[in-house]
Write a protein of this length. Structure first.
Lengths: 425, 401
């Protein structure tokens, strides 16, 4: 029987439920089977016209639709699906009555082009001013667009549906958001505020403008001809990330509460770390210090040493900058161990699920612990000679894995890392 | 980042820095003077028929010295980065890399302004060409400024504060309108009281002079039109007047503040929040009452600073709550600064701490008589926020004992 508190005297935080949706499919079973088979969920975009775009592919979740369509509505639906699966597995609380708070990682929300066009059309003339738009916006016929495009709308829906307690928190730390949602849940349980937390991260935002925005920042791969091979983390010919959609949900509980109700423990969130980079809006500090600090912080928070990490689930976006910095920083912390630790990127297969990535990848890390099998980095044909990771190239690998580090780095200097472990023997 | 065992005494948290830049100017003295003169800066013309409280002109260079940084931001980020700098100055930690490098930052943010002329040009051309599929793609690729995205991203207010001021311990951005900043304060306070952190920067910024926001709120008729009136006098013409403001606070453990000789303004004792579903009348009143009881027994000679919006029915529901606590002198930031969404709650915290430190509540500004004069130093100030759509919160600010 393991201790209910860690070496620092804090309640141990365990995972008792997980749910996931990505471009590979819905649910853990489907996702894990395809992920370990090295399948790609990236395809040519069919949701909207791709004429004139520099990047024409994404990891869209095409098997889920919402009506009327909007990124925020899809984001909500994906989060809903992932949370349903996680709660069903956990068996905690009762239907519509989750005994703890909601922490939701979600993309920033705004009115989108279909709505803008609908309202513009309603003005009823070809030349009009913003005042004309304002004049026809009121009166209640578009009231649902106000409700839909509140930043708190997705969290509000999930909080009401699942009966989470208190004020739901919606958060963004860009590409690290999913990890931050988990961190907030862990911290709340460690503080003793709650015995359980529902942490959800969801992103359904492959729409025209979102794609254009990342495209204009030159962040996206343009290897459109072979979409499934476009995401090439750690390869010499990598040329950017591939936008993707997905959601991950985790039920976190104190070890004590989980054991008391006889829950199955899927893993432990042993540590959370973060450190902000103040160098640049989109680039990492060239010395790697903030990422190095973040990785050291997560090890310290978990009370672990680099030797104890058996596998690193990389941020691995396949942008030239990220992968280089990730190698530099990880090797600074792990030293001689670096080439011996498997480091793979799920993004080679599911793409970059942006706000959801931290939670999606935490779930894949926990599934790695459960199945003792490491998912590969696919599309690895031309190694970058400057990145000496064992990237688990192209084929999944069975391995003894007791502790995984999962890293997330984002625009705005956001760095967050998690350490996940198996149930203590 | 190991944390001490949870068995120890809860930590007392002080507000040691306040940064406010609003329609009434910048800094504590300017605000104190304006509040005591009962000044309100409201513009009924520029966005007529919509009423807004415009940001008072300031020299950005004082807090954002590099023009390049100013250019990388849209107005909401400039307002926030400026006000955050004021808060760090006020706390005496500006430029102190040792402290800034381990400072928590929890920001509440919406999104940045759209480039409305570009949107409008694309929209009109799109409607004229009768929607060729390639058209929207081509115009977006050609017309959007590459860096505009970064000026719109919610977490890039925090990103800019990190870059300009060097706050680089942690950086978390909460979203969700008014409630986001209540929860930002609540989590930052909880991290310090539990020993997970020593010092934090919290706050938000809002640019109310935006037609894209006016359109969003016009969808459900939330904008105040034609004529300004104090929030308590809007029952027949309900609505909020958007305001521009940045409000930030530095909060830290008493021990940390004393060790560096920091002078406190007030103590941040408690922050609580909830979310009524607002499906039945009276839910907000009940939720506020529940939060009130969580703050603990009220003191004599207390005051209450609310971010009431002027939206109905939530303002009437809040008024019903206030009537149950007649001993408290009420002040409304919505009347004085307009509605600043995420910024309303930290603005309330800032004015509460300022009033505590000046041992006096600023005068009422309300023809309906709900706000009354208060004599003597407030023994505690409760900051109240009930969002225009969802989210309720409260904080207790007290003098240092």
């Amino acid at each position: 029987m393991a201790a209910s508190h860690d070496q620092f005297g804090r309640p141990v935080v365990v995972v008792t439920g997980m749910g996931i949706v990505t471009s590979l499919g819905a649910g853990k079973q489907d996702n894990w089977a395809k992920l370990t088979a090295g399948e790609s969920g990236i395809r040519t975009i069919s949701r909207f016209p791709i004429d004139g775009l520099k990047t024409t592919m994404a990891g869209t979740v095409d098997f889920v639709s919402v009506d009327p369509p909007s990124s925020t509505a899809l984001t909500e639906k994906l989060g809903d699906m992932a949370a349903e699966e996680a709660l069903a597995q956990s068996g905690i609380g009762s239907k519509g009555d989750f005994p703890g708070p909601l922490f939701l990682a979600v993309a920033p929300v705004e009115v989108e082009w279909p709505q803008r066009i609908e309202v513009g059309r309603a003005v009823g003339k070809t030349d009009f001013s913003v005042d004309d738009v304002l004049r026809i916006s009121g009166g209640g016929k578009y009231a649902h667009y106000h409700h839909r495009f509140m930043f708190g709308s997705v969290a509000g829906y999930l909080a009401e549906k699942f009966g989470t307690k208190g004020s739901p928190i919606s958060l963004s730390t860009a590409c690290a958001s999913g990890a931050t949602a988990i961190q907030l849940g862990v911290e709340a349980i460690r503080r003793g505020e709650t015995d359980a937390a529902l942490c959800v991260a969801t992103d359904g935002s492959v729409n025209i403008e979102a794609l254009v925005r990342f495209s204009l920042l030159s962040a996206l791969s343009t290897q459109n001809d072979t979409p499934q091979a476009a995401s090439k983390p750690f390869s010499k010919n990598r040329d950017g990330f591939v936008m993707a959609e997905g959601a991950g949900a985790l039920v976190l509980e104190s070890y004590q509460a989980a054991v008391a109700r006889g829950a199955t423990i899927l893993g432990i969130v042993a540590g959370c770390g973060e450190l902000t980079d103040s160098f640049h809006r989109t680039r990492s500090s060239p010395d790697g210090k903030p990422i190095i600090g973040c990785v050291r912080n997560v090890l310290a928070d978990a009370g672990m040493t680099p030797e104890q990490i058996d596998y690193i689930n990389a941020h691995g976006t396949a942008t030239p900058e990220n992968d280089k910095m990730e190698y530099l920083s990880i090797s600074a912390v792990f030293g001689d161990l670096t080439p011996k630790i498997p480091v793979s990127s799920n993004k080679s297969m599911v793409g970059h699920t942006i706000s959801a990535a931290g939670a999606v990848e935490a779930i894949f890390s926990l599934l790695t612990l459960e199945h003792q099998r490491i998912p590969p980095t696919i599309n690895y044909e031309l190694p970058d000679p400057a990145i000496l990771f064992d990237v688990v190239p192209n084929k999944a690998r069975d391995a003894r894995v007791t502790a995984v580090m999962s890293n997330s780095f984002g625009f705005g200097g956001q760095n967050a890392s998690l350490v996940l472990t198996r149930e203590p023997a | 980042m190991s944390e001490p065992k949870p068995t120890r005494e809860p930590v007392e948290v002080w507000i040691t820095g306040i940064g406010i830049a609003t329609s009434l100017g910048e800094g504590l003295d300017a605000h104190w003077e304006a509040l005591n003169d009962k000044r309100i800066n409201v513009d009924e013309q520029r966005f007529a028929p919509y009423v807004v409280h415009p940001w008072a002109p300031i020299k950005l260079d004082a807090q954002i010295p590099k023009k390049g940084d100013q250019r990388q931001m849209e107005a909401w980020q400039r307002i926030g980065t400026y006000a955050a700098g004021l808060a760090l100055d006020s706390a005496g930690v500006k430029g102190n890399q040792e402290i800034l490098g381990r400072m928590d930052m929890i920001i509440a943010a919406g999104g940045g302004e759209r480039d409305v002329p570009v949107d409008l040009a694309i929209l009109q051309a799109y409607l004229k060409t009768n929607a060729s599929p390639a058209f929207l793609n081509e115009r977006l690729m050609n017309d959007l400024r590459p860096t505009l995205f970064l000026a719109q991203l919610s977490n890039l207010l925090a990103g800019n504060i990190a870059i300009v001021h060097g706050v680089s311990g942690s950086s978390r951005t909460f979203m969700g309108e008014e409630a986001a900043s209540v929860d930002a304060a609540r989590i930052a306070l909880a991290r310090i009281t539990s020993g997970q952190s020593d010092i934090a920067l919290i706050g938000a910024a809002h640019n109310g002079e935006r037609t894209d926001l006016l359109i969003l709120y016009e969808f459900d008729d939330f904008n105040l039109k034609e004529k300004f009136a104090p929030v308590w006098a809007r029952t027949d013409n309900s609505g909020f007047a958007l305001g521009s403001a940045g409000a930030f606070l530095v909060i830290e453990s008493r021990k940390h503040a004393e060790a560096r000789g920091a002078k406190p303004y007030a103590r941040l004792t408690k922050v609580v929040s909830d979310r009524a579903q607002r499906k039945q009348p009276g839910e907000v009143t009940r939720t506020l009452e529940g939060l009130w009881s969580k703050l603990g027994p009220p003191a004599d000679n207390g005051a209450l600073i609310t971010g009431a919006t002027g939206i109905e029915p939530v303002t009437s529901e809040e008024r019903a709550f206030l009537r149950q606590h007649p001993g408290y002198a009420v002040r409304s930031t919505g009347t004085l600064f307009g509605h600043t969404l995420e910024t309303q709650f930290p603005l309330g915290l800032a004015l509460a701490a300022l009033s505590i430190s000046r041992e006096k509540l600023f005068p009422p500004n309300d023809p309906t008589g709900l706000e009354v004069e208060m004599s003597g130093p407030p023994s505690q100030i409760v900051v109240v926020g009930a969002g225009h759509w969802r989210g309720e919160g409260m904080a207790l600010v007290e003098p240092i004992k």
